[in-house]
Design a protein. Sequence first.
Length: 193
Amino acid sequence: MKTTPWIALGFPILLAGCAGAPTAEEQAAMAADARKASGQLIQTLGGELRAAIGEKGPAEAISVCKERAPKIAADISKSSGFTVTRVSPKNRNPAGVPDAWEAEAQAGLEKRLAAGEKPETLDTWQVVQTAQGKVFRYAKALPVQPVCLTCHGDPATIAEGVKARLASEYPLDKATGYAPGMIRGIVSIQRPL
């Protein structure tokens, strides 16, 4: 699987040459751990979502993303030592707005997608200096799968029951209009160093 640290995307690694910065090998190890955590979130949430759609239908399955997704992310955060979240510039959850680093990370992943990389392989990482100290940041693309279109596709094709539930649960929803293979958002992972 090909990954690209920020330096290859044209973004400077802010700590290059600084004393105490993790080595390239240490960063690669953290990225591998973050990749596992993001994969666990994607697999667990996807499995629960597909099961809920099969058992209760798409409108009722919205509760999986609203209620279960944050709990799954919290459990993975606790077990991995990372902070794990999902964010998107076209967010559904008001808490899912990307910060500046996350927005730049997603934009870089979208450029790589446009250049022909496979959406499921897109990730990136960087060590940044913050006011609180050094932080390892990781982003994994969330490509739109066919099941995602049930709630995130063209608004004209989303079932009326799903639209009504989304309007009730997420009155400020921006997360529609996607097609398969697009990047809907990212799994964002960070850990203070």
